[in-house]
Ligand binder design. Structure first.
Ligand code: NAD
Length: 419
């Protein structure tokens, strides 16, 4: 069965074979520095006892402390975290952020637990990792299934051990009262939107207004990506979440936005807008003719069959690793452009970095400052990407390989100066 790690490593290995990096470097970059498996003993509020599996993977820290999301997902596993941790290392150095790559998971469905039980789980996780996480060691952030409240519980508990305001930067994606950053909530979706905007401005030489898109996932990444595209005048034709797939052809996203903003499951929203928000099949969803397809739900959603059936111009990876490895070449052959995850969904980690800086210098920046710094950072990376994309030496590279090359060349330089 294909896994995130195997899908990613297939693409990565194909790319690495083309390049002339040293064998030691390649081995180091394909493996993780540390994989921590935890079995958290948890006594729940009702007195019952559970042993909960958790994982933290630290891939590489040549470029700075490990940084990466912490997901709450029952089926999360070590190999998934390893693949995602490598992606984080590449993402951070690609965006010129002084962090390495990490990833973690607590293997539960957070919906199965009360808030008080979640607090215990978050605190126990923090305690078990107390020596290996921290603002200069490893900095978790929210990911699939986790949110800023969970980060608050963790940072408060971390503080109990260290009693030092400098440790607020041990977690990012916190609420404002716990020294979070303005703009972090929407940063990933805003980054997805910015990448699309730059693509239209710099490559297609037109604006987004009137373009059409479909999007899978209405969580943090999906809802904000949709919101910013819709505000700019793009039209959302279909949406999806874990409850199903829905056509938006007869309605405007603005009508359902208040419900989506509260993260209401789409089957409930559909009940309210029966006439206009119509259920469709998964195949009908992916086959919807449109300009942009955004998988923003979870990994490995675009199989070869799904990719074959797409009728669009651009695929934008809002989620991490949403495509099977064969899909890159297939899209290129079909003339469909791909904006890969390490660029498309990097807005979140960029603003996490801003949160970490604010914690270090004890400042709180306003939204304008955050947004314009994010725009600048993404635009610079996009320009570097564009320069290579239009250079004759890189015509045989996929867009993902171009981004790999930018990131890996920098990492190789760090390696050569360190070893
Ligand atoms: P989330 O938990 O907030 O939302 C996930 C959404 O996807 C929900 O609407 C859920 O119903 C839907 N979904 C889940 N499984 C599905 C399936 N099989 N079919 C259809 N819909 C499904 O998660 P998120 O934070 O939005 O993250 C989504 C993806 O983006 C993940 O791959 C995550 O790693 C990646 N990502 C998130 C961030 C961030 O800042 N949150 C940053 C970078 C990358």
């Amino acid at each position: 069965m294909k896994t995130i790690e195997s899908a990613f490593q297939e693409l990565f290995t194909t790319f690495l074979k083309k390049e002339e990096y040293s064998a030691t470097f390649v081995d180091m970059i394909q493996h993780c520095n540390r994989v921590i498996q935890l079995e958290l003993p948890i006594t729940l509020q009702d007195g019952s006892y559970q042993r909960i599996r958790a994982i933290r993977v630290q891939h590489n820290n040549w470029n700075g402390p490990y940084k990466g999301g912490l997901r709450f997902a029952k089926d999360a596993n070590e190999e998934e975290c390893r693949g995602l941790a490598i992606i984080m290392t590449l993402k951070c150095i690609l965006l010129n952020i002084p962090f390495g790559g990490g990833k973690g998971a607590i293997c539960i469905n957070p919906m199965d637990y009360s808030d008080a039980d979640m607090k215990t789980i978050c605190e126990t996780f923090t305690e078990y990792l107390i020596d290996v996480i921290g603002p200069t060691k490893d900095i978790p952030a929210p990911d699939k299934g986790s949110n800023s409240r969970h980060m608050d519980y963790m940072v408060c508990h971390y503080y109990k051990f260290h009693q030092n305001p400098m440790c607020w930067g041990a977690f990012t994606g916190k609420t404002m009262l716990h020294h979070g950053s303005k703009g972090r909530d929407y940063a990933t979706g805003y980054g997805v939107f910015l990448c699309i905007r730059y693509w239209f401005e710099y490559i297609l030489k037109k604006n987004i207004q009137g373009t059409t898109f479909i999007i899978q996932g209405m969580g943090n990444v999906g809802k904000w990506s949709t919101y910013f595209l819709w505000k700019e005048g793009a039209r959302c034709l279909a949406i999806a979440d874990h409850t199903g797939y829905y056509s938006m052809k007869s309605m405007d996203f603005g009508q359902i936005y208040p419900h989506v903003a509260e993260l209401q499951p789409l089957d409930g929203v559909q009940e309210k807008f029966k006439e206009n928000l119509q259920r469709i099949t998964k195949d009908e969803f992916w086959q919807t003719p449109c300009d942009i397809v955004i998988p923003a739900a979870t990994h490995l959603q675009l199989s070869v069959e799904v990719a074959e059936s797409l009728s669009c111009k651009i695929v934008v990876e809002g989620a991490n690793c949403p495509c099977f490895s064969e899909v890159d070449a297939l899209l290129k052959a079909k003339g469909i452009e791909l904006i890969p995850d390490i660029l498309a969904n990097s807005g979140g980690v960029v603003v996490s970095y801003f949160e970490w800086i604010q914690n270090q210098i004890m400042e709180q920046w306003d939204e304008n400052k955050i947004d314009s710094k994010l725009e600048k950072q993404l635009q610079e990376t996009f320009s570097t990407f564009l320069e290579m994309k239009t250079h004759p030496s890189f015509t045989n590279y996929t867009n993902r390989e171009i981004l790999f090359k930018i990131a890996l060349d920098k990492l190789f330089y760090l390696y050569k100066t360190k070893y």
